[in-house]
Design a protein around this ligand. Structure first.
Ligand SMILES: NC(=O)c1ccc[n+]([C@@H]2O[C@H](COP(=O)([O-])OP(=O)(O)OC[C@H]3O[C@@H](n4cnc5c(N)ncnc54)[C@H](OP(=O)(O)O)[C@@H]3O)[C@@H](O)[C@H]2O)c1
Length: 259
């Protein structure tokens, strides 16, 4: 999903790549891109007889250790390696691919609609020009920040990588609440969905802080204030989120220990 989402966006810009090689065991995964003359498919990296400037890993975490050493053959031309794979620190790649120029990327699902939030973390070997190249690529699909280390990539994953799930959970809760108050399923779903879409679009269209936007919808003594008072009783909403993000960080460490 993430690899094809990025490729789909990048292919829209003719100037980005003259040729793209997709390596995957399944040729049918490349079918959506076959109309693009620039895309070719190989089942195995050993079959690739070209020297790419950029190599992107977008496999599931459990697949990466099985395939990474197959990419040592490309190191002679010092390409830039990019990876969106969660849970592997830069040291893992540096061990498997000696002297690699590497940038870890943590994108999130809205890259699909060019509204992604991506964090980038380079290793010492990645040159300023390579860093600029990676930043430009990820800017095609949303906003970009640089972070300093792998720990901060975990923070970004906990907040922005997992973040769409928190927003959809909120939408599900709103939907269930609307049904509980007597609306039919279809109307409840529309209310929840459009409220999230509208709030996010308005946030994007204004320079105001989220705090000030929230205050605008919270008249003293009104309905919103009554509802927010329940959500924030003893700051429980803030505390719940802090605990949720901590749980994601702990899980990140556990997953890394397994690798
Ligand atoms: N989804 C997200 O929101 C998100 C966000 C941040 C980071 N990520 C990271 O992105 C990575 C991919 O996640 P995903 O959700 O996009 O998974 P996915 O949809 O399962 O994509 C994995 C891709 O790897 C391909 N593949 C399988 N075996 C391969 C092999 N031996 N060599 C080369 N390619 C192979 C698959 O090809 P076929 O389709 O042909 O099987 C598929 O296209 C994960 O490591 C995840 O941590 C995902």
């Amino acid at each position: 999903m993430m690899g094809s989402a990025l490729l789909q966006s990048w292919l829209k810009h003719d100037h980005l790549f003259s040729k793209v090689i997709v390596v995957t065991p399944h040729q049918e995964s490349v079918t959506p891109f076959q109309d693009a003359d620039r895309v070719c498919w190989f089942a195995h990296p050993g079959e690739v007889d070209l020297h790419p400037d950029i190599i992107l890993f977008a496999v599931k975490p459990q697949v990466l250790p099985q395939i990474i050493s197959l990419y040592q053959r490309f190191l002679t031309h010092n390409p830039l390696f990019l990876t969106v794979v969660a849970g592997f620190a830069r040291a893992f790649y540096e061990h498997a691919l000696p002297h690699v120029s590497l940038i870890r990327i943590m994108p999130n699902l809205p890259v699909r609609v060019h509204k992604g939030m991506s964090a980038l973390c380079a290793n010492a070997a990645a040159t300023p020009a390579q860093q600029q190249q990676c930043e430009s690529l990820m800017q095609q699909v949303g906003r970009v920040i640089w972070v300093e280390n792998d720990e901060q990539i975990d923070v970004v994953t906990a907040v922005a990588g997992c973040g769409p799930a928190y927003v959809y959970l909120l939408a599900e809760a709103l939907e269930k609440g609307a049904e509980h108050l007597g609306l039919d399923t279809e109307k409840a779903a529309l209310l929840a969905r459009q409220t999230i879409i509208g709030a996010a679009s308005y946030l994007e269209a204004t320079d105001q802080s989220v705090h000030s936007l929230r205050q605008q919808v919270t008249s003293p003594g009104g309905m919103t204030e009554a509802a927010v008072a329940i959500l924030q009783q003893n700051r429980q909403f803030d505390i719940m989120f802090k605990e949720a993000l901590n749980a994601a960080m702990i899980r990140a460490k556990q997953l890394q220990e397994r690798t």
